[in-house]
Design a protein around this ligand. Sequence first.
Ligand code: ATP
Ligand code: MG
Length: 320
Amino acid sequence: TTRVFSAFQATGRLTLGNYLGAILPAVRLQDEAACVYAVADLHALTVRHDPAVLRARTREVAALLLACGLDRSVLYLQSRVPAHTELSYLLESTAYEGEMRRMIQFREKSAAQEEVRLSLLTYPALMAADILLHRADLVPVGEDQRQHMELTRDLALRFNRRYGETFVVPEAVYPRVAARVMDLAVPTAKMSKSSASEAGTVYLLDPPADIRRKIMRAVTDSGNEVRYDPAGKPGVSNLLALLAACSGRPVESPVHSSYGALKKDTAEAVIEALAPVRERFAVLSADPAELDRILAAAAARVTEETSGLLAAARLAIGLA
Ligand code: ATP
Ligand code: MG
């Protein structure tokens, strides 16, 4: 069977970008493959954080992923499985400093901070470890992860070549529409859960009134023609992609006479798509003990199922 893995950082509240770019594709893959998904709480330590907030966010992200429909997979917390950090070190010892520094995400995130944590630089090694540990064939991710996915493949190939066949070389899968959801207020920037752009970010738990307000105030482009053209009309194209992804219809159908009409349709489609997620989240939140039980069982299972791969990697690289 095909094996699937993906992870979501516990850096903030999950966004519509996370949902369309990775969560929905991950939900769909459950029908055809063996899926394992993680809340990447270790990755959340790469940027400034508050311990209590991280702990709460981690649980919220886990419950929300279940509410989105990832309840037919193994869902666990990255930090509960120490094999991630151990394999990460083996991959740091396979990667080069230069290739880490070339990562666009490192450049962008480090430029936005005064104190850059060393873990932000080594982050792609941990991400590669997450994926390779599971011998994943497919990794559903958004477009922004393209460079990290290529590095993951490079590291797997390099390790296999040097030390013998150990890792499965994974394939990224990007959604056909909305693979890169843009910020509604700054349509040239990616929508991110850790960005400060509250007005431009739709969170999965936003009440309908907030979603409507944010989309109706979305920055659009000059002119008034509704046309899909991401380079020339980033704002309008972003709304068209959101509408298509949330309604399941192709981009640019139906035809809209004005920006206002497009925004209205988009807002309603997004609200409708997220309504069941909000409802299920409310139910799950009422039973924290059940969430603990699910996460504990999943961590035990992952620890067990990944021990063979970790042992093989240790042996291959020369650890006695
Ligand atoms: P952060 O700002 O902390 O990096 P993020 O919103 O980028 O948060 P991640 O946890 O880094 O979220 O990524 C989780 C998944 O969501 C990844 O597969 C990523 O590619 C995808 N994703 C993130 N942002 C978008 C977006 N704007 N459009 C489509 N997919 C996205
Ligand atoms: Mg990210």
